[in-house]
Design a protein. Structure first.
Length: 124
């Protein structure tokens, strides 16, 4: 049950990250539409990876650490690759990295909080 709640929370935060991209970065993206590809859904994977590395420690630090680890392993390299391979403006890439790192760290905290509830009834 924790997995389902965690995946749902990751989906909600992914929506929030979508709002960041749809609102805060929309003016930057308007000139770059031909460069976009559809994104794969990663919420379930995010929750599953957290469950495999969970420790019996306070959720807040674990969630932030997990979110930043995901950002370092996935988010930041993705945008740096975009910058190197495609003609992304540096200012847009910096914004993408900052906003998505904050969003992924917040998603990590929520998933960690749900997982810390033990039996999956925290939101029931």
């Amino acid at each position: 049950m924790n997995f389902a709640w965690s995946a749902a929370a990751a989906a909600v935060f992914s929506f929030g990250i979508g709002v960041v991209h749809g609102m805060l970065l929309a003016p930057d993206y308007a000139n770059l539409k031909s460069m976009f590809r559809p994104e794969a859904e990663m919420q379930g994977l995010f929750a599953w990876i957290y469950m495999k590395g969970r420790e019996d420690k306070p959720f807040l630090a674990q969630g932030v650490r997990f979110g930043f680890a995901v950002a370092v392993l996935a988010t930041i390299p993705t945008y740096l690759i975009y910058y190197v391979i495609e003609p992304w403006p540096a200012a847009v890439v910096v914004k993408q990295i900052i906003f998505d790192t904050i969003g992924v760290a917040a998603m990590g905290v929520v998933v960690a909080w749900i997982q810390s509830r033990g039996n999956g009834t925290a939101l029931a």
